[in-house]
Design a binder for this molecule. Structure first.
Ligand SMILES: *Cc1c(COP(=O)(O)O)cnc(C)c1O
Ligand code: SF4
Length: 335
């Protein structure tokens, strides 16, 4: 190891877990007792979009099952390398909707700040897998222009920290950013879009809650959970901490073939989320990004799944089925 001892000991446990995430396909296959013949394809696909899985998420994947719904979300496959008609590198045309780099203002009243390009996990279906993060996030010298643009536009009441995953940033930076936003008179709500409380629940520690709880803004955290098996006792504890800190908790999921495209799984997901204080918000139809075609579920199947959920769940546990269409004034509601 080349990290000096002092620096290493200054890291929080979650930062160590983040730094030690599995990025080598051979290591992933070994850890899960999966056959070697999966390796060449995994290496080819990981060269396009790197593999990344932190240990706490890995622990929830069943060993020896190449069809495990959590594994499918992270295992690089050969099909990702085949171009598919109708699937593009920037399906949401986001490259064109940034008033300043790292700030997306697509919808009325809310602006989305790409706080970082980094993620704790790499989801193979991610629509940002081709996003030019290195150039497009609002970190470093880009932060001041982004904050100035928010301060200059009184129509913005809510700022969404997104990415990448904003909770991969350290608490000093996040706390400073939150304070800057709270000082802008027209900002009333801070929303965080993060998969970290699910994939690395250790992230929700005392240092995070110390700046988040007393913040003088309404606080909303939109999680990203796709399958009930992603929720374990550590995740429940992390979310309890957020609930006690006054954070409204919502979940968005992506409808994914071979992961959650059946009514029983989606119903179990809603019920598990509710059990830990989270309401389902959106169920997204897949964005048509190159390399993710094998996850696509037809819209008619999505509608049938929502109807099956409606027949068995209270209305507040049925997510809104949506698709993102470039140029629309909000997510487009289906059915
Ligand atoms: C999804 C999204 C939002 C948030 O939309 P809500 O419907 O409020 O959840 C805001 N800005 C951008 C650019 C988005 O993609
Ligand atoms: S942005 Fe979200 S969906 Fe995409 S790789 Fe990161 S955590 Fe996964």
């Amino acid at each position: 190891m080349s990290i000096p001892a002092a620096a290493a000991s200054a890291q929080a446990p979650w930062q160590r877990l983040l730094a030690q995430a599995i990025c080598d396909p051979a290591q992933l296959l070994r850890a899960l007792s999966l056959p070697d013949h999966l390796l060449p394809a995994a290496r080819r696909a990981a060269a396009l979009f790197p593999l990344r899985v932190p240990a706490p998420y890995l622990a929830r994947i069943a060993a020896g099952d190449a069809a495990d719904p959590l594994l499918r979300q992270v295992l690089p496959l050969d099909v990702e390398c085949e171009p598919q008609p109708g699937f593009s590198a920037d399906p949401l045309a986001e490259a064109a909707t940034q008033p300043v780099p790292g700030l997306l203002k697509k919808y009325h009243g809310r602006a989305l700040l790409i706080a970082t390009g980094a993620c704790a996990i790499h989801c193979r279906y991610c629509f940002r897998r081709h996003f030019p993060y290195a150039d497009a996030h609002a970190g470093g010298s880009r932060l001041e222009p982004a904050l100035a643009a928010i301060a200059a536009d009184a129509s913005i009441g809510e700022v969404i920290l997104s990415g990448g995953d904003p909770l991969t940033l350290g608490d000093l930076r996040l706390a400073a950013l939150a304070q800057r936003l709270a000082a802008i008179p027209h900002i009333h709500t801070l929303r965080i879009h993060s998969r970290l409380p699910v994939v690395l629940p250790q992230r929700v520690d005392a240092a995070l809650l110390r700046w988040l709880a007393p913040l003088s803004l309404r606080k909303v955290l939109v999680l990203h959970t796709n399958h009930p098996a992603e929720i374990d006792a550590d995740v429940a504890a992390a979310l309890a901490g957020l609930t006690h800190s006054g954070v409204t908790l919502l979940n968005q999921a992506v409808l994914l073939r071979g992961v959650n495209d059946n009514a029983d799984t989606l119903i179990a997901l809603s019920e598990r989320l509710h059990g830990i204080g989270v309401l389902p918000y959106y169920l997204h139809l897949l964005d048509r990004v190159q390399g993710a075609a094998h996850f696509d579920v037809p819209q008619a199947s999505g509608e049938a799944l929502i109807n099956a959920m409606r027949a068995r769940l209270p209305g507040y546990l049925v997510p809104r089925l949506v698709r993102e269409i470039p140029g629309a004034s909000g997510k487009t509601l289906i059915a």
